[in-house]
Design a protein. Structure first.
Length: 338
């Protein structure tokens, strides 16, 4: 065999054999990142105690951060509180020099100041105006109160009073543990009577307010309204009487509300008058007409039933000495020390 034939034989044998299986993939495969493999291997080998220490360290840092934030907020709050005292609540520049009290009724101004719990030289900004208003309105005689801060030295208190129009007598057994009487305003709101020293007009006495008899004791609760029909009708009668032509001629001393559908009144002049529960202005006009008729005859009206519309029954007596009616109890002029 010649040399050229040997060369061709070797060449064809090499081409038919080709590369070994997988050789091409190994030839073009990207080399591995052996450092990454080592790092993952190291992470796997970290002991659990080290992980717990890392977690505790992170928790400690979080707790320290929260503590710093809370401490900062508390410091800001305390600093603001200190500056507030320094500039406002403890600043003598805002001391009370003028304490103005106004009321539309009969309560003494000094009594209102005591209920308010305010004194001269108190700091205007240190006062809780809401507390003063609540304390005053807890007094049954006070319907509403307004408290106003007027810088730099004035506190103004304006009070609207409930005006008593009637009073209720308690039985002897009940009077041992309760006041001897209650006051009622025009709506039936129950109040305790004030002492003479608490009033700027001590002439407001028991004699000037009509007594309501027959009121059950269990309905009398301070700060609540008595809504019994008879009591409400009696209060309406008292108000109507104050605007009637009988005002100044007689004085209603007592009203019995115990009989259903009727009111039985007695005057200081000794007249007994029966009223129905409605249309009091008309009944009072009939009373005036009958009263004038008796004066013309020189007779005294002893009893009359005004609940009857026609042919009003009446009983007469010989003329009695004229008893001057007690003065009415109008609203007192507005009081103020301002």
């Amino acid at each position: 065999m010649s040399s050229s034939e040997e060369f061709a034989l070797h060449t064809s044998a090499g081409q038919s054999a080709g590369p070994a299986p997988g050789g091409w993939r190994r030839l073009f495969r990207r080399p591995k990142n052996r450092r990454l493999d080592r790092k993952q291997l190291l992470d796997v080998k970290i002991p659990s105690s080290q992980r717990r220490r890392d977690q505790l360290r992170r928790l400690a840092m979080l707790g320290l951060t929260v503590a710093c934030v809370v401490l900062g907020l508390v410091s800001i709050w305390r600093g603001a509180e200190y500056l507030g005292r320094l500039w406002f609540t403890a600043n003598p520049a805002f001391a009370i020099h003028n304490l103005e009290v106004q009321t539309d009724g009969v309560i003494a101004l000094e009594q209102i100041r005591r209920w308010a719990g305010v004194k001269l030289n108190d700091n205007l900004f240190a006062l809780d105006l809401g507390r003063i208003k609540r304390d005053l309105e807890l007094v049954p005689m006070i319907e509403s109160a307004q408290v106003q801060r007027i810088l730099p030295h004035t506190l103004r208190i304006v009070v609207t009073e409930r005006q008593p129009v009637a009073q209720v007598r308690l039985p002897a057994s009940e009077a041992q543990a309760n006041p001897l009487r209650y006051w009622l305003d025009a709506k039936g709101y129950v109040m305790y009577p004030l002492e003479g020293c608490q009033l700027s007009y001590p002439t407001l006495t028991n004699r000037q307010l009509p007594w309501l008899d027959g009121v059950p004791v269990h309905v009398l609760r301070f700060g609540q309204v008595v809504d019994l029909p008879g009591v409400q009708a009696a209060l309406q009668l008292i108000q109507a009487f104050e605007r009637s032509p009988m005002l100044g001629l007689v004085t209603i001393e007592q009203i019995d509300v115990s009989k259903a559908g009727l009111l039985q009144a007695r005057t200081t002049q000794g007249t007994e008058v029966i009223f129905g529960l409605g249309d009091f202005p008309q009944q009072l006009r009939r009373w005036r007409a009958i009263h004038d008729y008796g004066l013309g005859m020189g007779r005294h009206l002893a009893w009359v039933d005004l609940s009857v519309s026609n042919n009003v029954p009446a009983r007469w007596a010989d003329a009695a000495p004229v008893v001057t009616p007690a003065p009415a109890n109008p609203l007192q002029p507005k009081q103020s020390n301002g």
